[in-house]
Design a protein around this ligand. Structure first.
Ligand code: ADP
Ligand code: MG
Length: 695
């Protein structure tokens, strides 16, 4: 197993530690044995002895052992006179490998990887040195268990004294160490678009445990090892036995820009037509939906990050957008485009993403081998980026409640089985959903057909209903657009070039080619997000203020609440994103105007009460218009009065009284349904009603 190391290696390592780690060793001696390891920089070793450094990569077990011998032989003792013999934890290897590139050539080699922790178990005790007692003659036998990570306890073969083999483990004499297991996956921002993130298991012992948390970005240095298969099989699983772990704060992929690209990016920023170019580059194969595309572009840029109020409260910078509409209106496609353009993004289907899939959970499963495992879901892993959630309306109840917190407080808490913990999820959400009955009923308000609780709805900055309406002119244009997309996409890269004339091809491509190259646009977005933090100018502030106050005043005159403070914050975020989109640190009037225009568009699409023609934020806040809520309340008081007067209140009696109160007979069923759903009225027997009491 272990190669014999030439004694010159140990001597050289002794020199190395004396030259480079003398101070650290003395310090260590002071705290020994509470601190029992020393982190050693690979770069220093490489400088001292390139040969040993190379050998460390190839034969880590041997060299680490030699290093530990070299340290122990320095003869350091602590204040109590105990010998100081620390573990050596090498880090900072010259290069880290991608998790996806790990293969059989790395077995038993020293490797370094970067990633995000997506699962982590409890810390549990593991036998390090087991003490056995022979059941026949009581002799003590000590067996070192280091390296045995898989629950199997190494027993002595036979008692050296009586040669028999029946032993008892002496738990109180056995020495334990801590043990923790986690799974690390590739950072989303390092993936080429649409790729699946790969992961690997990591085992940690001793002082490496209890340092990290699910959702952390980490750099792990360790030895790649094999897991013996449970039954006879030639296929092994792998894991990394960690030697050094470190949390990293920075973004993984500092976008690498060539000088040429940077110049190009700056040029785009100065282009007065930048916004029409951006809109033309988001989902070019999708016809129409220009406001949505503009909003999606703004979402990609996001509001100014890290804004803190003087009392320490944070203000959310991430924008949330909801597309809700008829089937086949390109919602999923739009989500796909954003996912591909976002420098860091995840795509999840609401239904498939239950539990840890979307938010975060604590679970008992095989990975934790009986203990608890904390799992970070998509929203945690995508923190700092975008999450595209399709079929948002079909999400499970548990996720839905976690979603409230994730969207506003930008964290996800878990309180379960004594585990109380929070995950960070600073993620912009782009969600797509169908209306309540699959498609919009044109006879009633879109806002009344959202199958999403109003509390969740009000957390979206912008909500776009997409209706599939018959319109011959539009249908024809869209058909031409889609057909062109199909026509041209089949030509590029299939060898069919030359089937169409150049002119035919150019005409078709003109419709669907993105204005900006997607790769460059991705870099443009990453560059803007990283380098530009826009601030409101006084002019932009008063513009937004005017708009907001006017809307509120209008609402007051009409007896409705037109806008809420949440929407004011949304306006600011949109304005900031607009400035960032043109690489400006100042939010100017034009940015405020863009933000207001989009807000107006959405208000018109969903926020108008068709009966009164008024703006009404209540629609989003409660799912019903103010005028409808007035009717609901008036029916409620009708039923309340009847309940006081009669023991049995039938539907006919309600209809009769409601007519007297000026309500329309055809509305009564739907009003009654609202009252019943909200618990103000109940039906003790079929066809009989009672008011739920005096409110
Ligand atoms: P949804 O998720 O809204 O149900 P999809 O995104 O799956 O719909 O779209 C269905 C198909 O129709 C896709 O292939 C999409 O490209 C096409 N489609 C729908 N609307 C448009 C449009 N406006 N322009 C181009 N293609 C469209
Ligand atoms: Mg869809």
């Amino acid at each position: 197993m272990l190669r014999i190391v030439s004694t010159s290696y140990v001597q050289e390592l002794e020199d190395f530690f004396r030259d480079n780690y003398k101070k650290d060793m003395e310090k260590l001696a002071e705290y020994w044995p509470d601190t029992n390891s020393i982190a050693v920089d690979y770069a220093l070793l490489e400088k001292h002895s390139p040969e040993i450094a190379d050998d460390l990569i190839e034969n880590p077990d041997t060299i680490i052992k030699a290093s530990e011998e070299a340290l122990a032989s320095q003869g350091l003792v602590n204040t109590e006179g105990d010998r100081v013999a620390p573990r050596v934890r090498f880090f900072n290897l010259p290069q880290s490998i991608l998790i996806r590139n790990i293969n059989s050539t790395h077995i038993n080699k020293f490797v370094s990887i970067e990633g995000v922790i997506n699962k982590i178990t409890d810390v549990r005790p593991k036998v390090e040195v087991a003490v056995f007692e022979c059941m026949h003659d009581g002799r003590r036998i000590t067996v070192d268990q280091t390296g045995e990570l898989f629950g199997k306890l190494n027993e002595p073969i036979r008692c050296p004294q009586c040669e028999r083999n029946a032993f008892k483990l002496m738990l109180d004499e056995t020495r334990f160490t801590d043990m923790q297991k986690m799974q690390v996956q590739e950072p989303l921002e390092a993936l080429v678009r649409g790729e699946q993130a790969k992961n690997i298991d990591i085992w940690m012992e001793g002082d490496l445990t209890n340092k990290l948390f699910a959702g952390d970005k980490v750099e792990i240095t360790g030895i790649l090892r094999l897991i013996p298969p449970k039954h006879k099989s030639a296929v092994y699983s792998i894991y990394i036995h960690a030697v050094h772990v470190q949390q990293i704060e920075c973004e993984f992929e500092e976008i690498e820009l060539t000088e040429e690209e940077e110049a190009q990016i700056k040029e785009f920023g100065d282009d007065p037509k930048i916004y029409s170019k951006l809109i033309g580059s988001v989902a070019p194969s999708i016809y129409g939906h220009n406001e949505i595309k503009e909003a999606l572009a703004l979402q990609l840029f996001g509001g100014t990050k890290n804004k803190k109020l003087p009392d320490g409260m944070k203000i959310r910078a991430d924008m949330h957008i909801l597309l809700i509409g008829d089937p086949g209106t390109a919602k999923s496609q739009l989500l796909n485009y954003v996912y591909n353009l976002a420098p860091k993004g995840v795509f999840v289907g609401g239904k498939s993403a239950t539990g840890a899939g979307l938010t975060a959970t604590a679970e008992k499963d095989e990975f934790g081998e009986g203990g608890w495992t904390l799992k970070a879901g998509a929203l945690v892993l995508a923190s700092g980026g975008h999450a595209c959630i399709d079929e948002f309306d079909k999400m499970g109840d548990e996720d839905r409640s976690a979603m409230h917190e994730a969207m506003e407080q930008q964290r996800i808490s878990i309180a379960k089985a004594g585990i109380v913990t929070t995950f960070k999820s600073e993620t912009s959400i782009l969600a797509a959903a169908n209306p309540k009955y699959g498609r919009f009923d044109p006879m009633s308000l879109p806002a009344e057909q959202f199958n999403i609780p109003p509390t969740l709805l009000s957390r979206f900055d912008l909500i776009f209903p997409i209706k599939d309406v018959l319109d011959e002119k539009k249908d024809r244009a869209m058909a031409q657009h889609i057909l062109s997309a199909h026509q041209t996409s089949g030509i590029r890269g299939t060898g069919a070039e030359g089937v169409l004339t150049d002119e035919e091809l150019a005409r078709a491509e003109e419709k669907i080619m993105p204005v900006l190259d997607p790769e460059l646009l991705r870099k443009y977005i990453a560059y803007a997000r990283r380098n530009i933090s826009p601030v409101l100018t006084p002019e932009a502030m008063s513009k937004i203020e005017e708009y907001y106050v006017d809307l509120r005043a209008l609402g007051e005159r009409q007896g409705t609440v037109a806008t809420t403070p949440r929407q004011l914050e949304a306006l600011v975020r949109l304005g900031e994103a607009s400035a960032r989109g043109r690489l400006s640190s100042r939010v100017e009037i034009e940015d405020a105007e863009r933000s207001i225009r989009l807000h107006m568009f959405v208000m018109h699409e969903i926020g108008i009460d068709p009966e009164t023609g008024m703006f009404d934020a209540d629609i989003i806040a409660t799912g019903h218009t103010q005028s409808k809520m007035d009717k609901v309340r008036s029916l409620e008081s009708v039923i309340k009065n009847l309940t006081k007067e009669y023991d049995v209140v039938t539907k006919d009696m309600i209809v009769e009284e409601a007519k007297n109160a000026g309500l329309d007979v055809k509305d009564i069923d739907s009003l009654l349904a609202i009252l019943k759903k909200d618990g103000y009225v109940y039906e003790p027997k079929h066809g009989q009603y009672r008011s739920a009491g005096s409110r």
